[in-house]
Design a binder for this molecule. Sequence first.
Ligand code: ADP
Length: 638
Amino acid sequence: MKGTKLAALSLCAALLLSSCGTPAEKATVSAAPQEGTYKAGTYEASADGRNGPVKVSVTFSADAIEKVEITEHTETGGIADPAISDIPAAIVDYQSLGVEAVSGATITSDAILAAVADCVKQAGGDVDALKAVPVGEGPKVETLQDTTVDVLVVGGGGAGLSAALSAAQNGASVIVVEKLSALGGNTLRCGGAFNTYDPEGQANNPMDEALASTVEGLLAHEDVSEEHAALKAEVQEQWDEYKASGRTNLFDSPEWHALQTLDAGDYLGNISQIRTLTSNSLDTLHWLSDNGVNWSDEVSTVVGALWNRSHQTLPDPSGAEIVAALENAARDEGVQIYLDTKAESLVSEGGKVTGAVLTNANGETVTVKATKGVILATGGFGANPDMLKEYNQEGSKWENIEKLSTNNTPGATGDGITMGLDVDANLVGMGWIQLMALNSISGGGISGYVNSTAFVNKEGKRFVAEDQRRDVLAEGALAQTDQMFFGICDNKEATLRMAQEALDGQVQYGMISRGETLAELAETIGVPAEALEQTIAEFNDLVKAGKPDEFGRRTWEGTIEEGPFYAVAFSPCVHHTMGGLEINGNAEVLSADGAVIEGLYAAGEVTGGIHGTNRVGGNAVPDALTFGKIAGENAAAK
Ligand code: ADP
């Protein structure tokens, strides 16, 4: 997602700086440098960014900064993109180092400014004088005013953008409002893993004894409802057919995906909603491809995904790829997007939702009338400690949850839930809150994929099946010394998931640890070397055997044998809130008596009930995008 319109718009709308300024504005800049200000030439420098060094190359003429280029960096795609693309342009446009950092990418912005300042010094320029050069007023931001539209989408993450795109593709006029200065929400921050049954993509994934015993185990589970019994019967038939066929590649189907999702949520997820998800997810994957998302050929298991059906975006394994593609496709379809624009409440007439009251980017109160519907796609409440405390159930596994850190967007404050409650929407599963065990303490990390990785505690021992449910992983991690553990992998896995340059950068900045041998790695991370060597030797034997181990791990792939070896330190944080607005298969919001609230749709993390107590890793993105697509289609059809 390099240099997209997202980057440009987020920056302009945030009024952070003026790279969007016109040449006329440029001419009004005072304190213009005079001939002889710089020793003409190209200079290079680097400064520390979020993930490692940010290197710049700056070309000067005698009186101007002619060009600023970022030549190398390992900053996070999507989050850092606005800074990478627009700060250099602003420096040149305004001949100033007084450019403000981009909100959400402050460390990257500061690194660019510091490295350019270094080049200015090398060229004999006056850094302090350049810092004092004003960057102008910036462009006038287009703000949302009172208006009427077919469909209003609240929230510009994955669910909101897919709802907007599908509504527009189905002929509706659409406005998206996003309260932050950039689109993307948690979808932008996540790894973009997308679970779906995919016969073509999974053709080369093998089946083994451990995986077969997983299928048999779930088929042997006692019936919890008629719907469950019916689902099991379908899977049983497919499983019998599979065994009779003599196939050796991975068994999978939408129904098996559904059964695993149901089981992982302790049989409390809504079966019909789960089936809607798993039977439409492949379609959604293809729709995303049609709209510009590229997928890796490799299908594997992201943490907590339980089966080899996680698809990964290209070129980066990141939700940023999905957000960028959806934004571009939505704009091409004529969707209007307003940043820094917050929906405050819904307007309802005679029980029907007809629009919303919002605060626009200038702080003015405006009303949007939505003739076909309002789609709430505001995400969860992981960044709202008051709501976490209020809804964390008595006897929950997570004590003092409001005190844990979160890896959520600051926008995840549960606004859609509050707005929904005001129009009598029903809430389901509010106490089911997911912690993410794989929360990197340093901010660095190799990947969320578990196939060829061992989780090891400070004593050098494994303590959990790495392919387990996320709640099991988090509970296991919280019980270890200092509530932390290390993900250990070898060079094969590390270089499969991350470019060598990025790995080197993260090692240099202490974000991940590397050792030529396991003993060297153990010393670096402060773990007893003998224990680590023994643990990894046992892990490798288990991979070769391909059988369930003492913790119940079943999905094995690569050994950890090829040096150098890598370790990332992790500690659990608040990750996903499974509860929220109840919706039906059309993504219509339901009230407590089960009736549809006319004119109101919801999709993504703002909704509740589908995942039960625990969400399967890699199911959130297909959930948000599939129900977003459904919401958009249905609202447009009204
Ligand atoms: P999902 O995966 O369900 O799409 P995300 O977290 O990716 O969830 O996106 C939700 C987006 O909604 C975030 O970018 C968040 O800032 C935005 N949002 C939350 N509340 C509001 C609101 N009141 N008005 C506008 N945008 C909102």
